[in-house]
Design a protein. Sequence first.
Length: 274
Amino acid sequence: MNIFKTVSQELKNTFGHNFYERAKYIPSANETVEIFRTLKDFLYQYPLVCHENTCDAPLNILAERLTKQIKNSLCFLCAEKGDCAACDDKARQITLDFIAHLPTLQKLLVSDVNAAYEGDPAAVSPIEPLLCYPGITAITFQRMAHFLYARGVRLIPRIVTEYAHSVTGIDIHPGAKIGPAFFIDHGTGIVIGETCVIGANVKLYQGVTLGAKSFPLDENGNPVKGIKRHPNLQDNVIIYAEATVLGNVTIGENSVIGANKWVTYDVPPNTKVG
């Protein structure tokens, strides 16, 4: 008996035939991460309002690679075959829209970098948070991933934000909507859920959780999906280390949540929870 063949067959039998028919369309996690790492460096180092075709070649190459991964993601989720014309056309349009949106993303990231520099007295120049702060890395990947997530691409945004989670310790779901000048100080252990809505000039410290309470169940006992279940932070909110805010609650503008607080209720504007 060939033990390796036996084990391989046993492992394969764990999943159904339909899984293996669709699995060839699963986007490559390694390729996806490499694409978005390159995009991150591109956003950090080069102006995207280009002249004399200085940006055309690298952007074109990245776009082709990204289109393939988006197409695979769409085909896998819709259970169509790989030559699905609708998936191909949709992937190309999403990629073009994404590339066109890069200058807007860059402006948002500049606001994040400036917020980090202005909000941290230890930063000696804006270059320091840009190159060194895990919060800037995490929000860079999340902002790119969010654009695709909002257009119905699911697997790739999760790959991107989970990669960022693995390298920064900051877990931001790609579905979260985050305004400009977002500053994560230190960052380790921060969790931001899928349906969070965060305004402008918000500052979070390490260990903050913006999560959900117990999930409502349907008649079959399964969690109800697609509902608003995470917090809303209005402009100029500060949440200090290890605080937990749960549920679809609103923290009013200019409010401050102290360290180690447990909040499951609305907080009016201009309030200090100490």
